[in-house]
Write a protein that binds this ligand. Sequence first.
Ligand SMILES: [Zn+2]
Length: 88
Amino acid sequence: MITLNSPDTSSYCGARTRAGSPCRIPPVRGKTRCRMHGGAKMSGGQPGNQNAFVHGYYSAAAKAERKRLADQIRWLKREMKEMRELRR
Ligand SMILES: [Zn+2]
């Protein structure tokens, strides 16, 4: 997952270029995109800025919650599969 506050999650920008391939330019320090793809200095809001907050579906907290639930479901499915196999 890429979040604004975790730099160096990847070693390159990854934005989709006009050719359709991911951008290979390293991101601006502290950002997730290169300077050509929205990572320019002074671009974007201050950390914690809520001016563009609409429903929060893509907020770090909501993403983390969805990931947590997905991990839990994956774990439960694995457990259930194991139990089914033990019953045989
Ligand atoms: Zn880029």
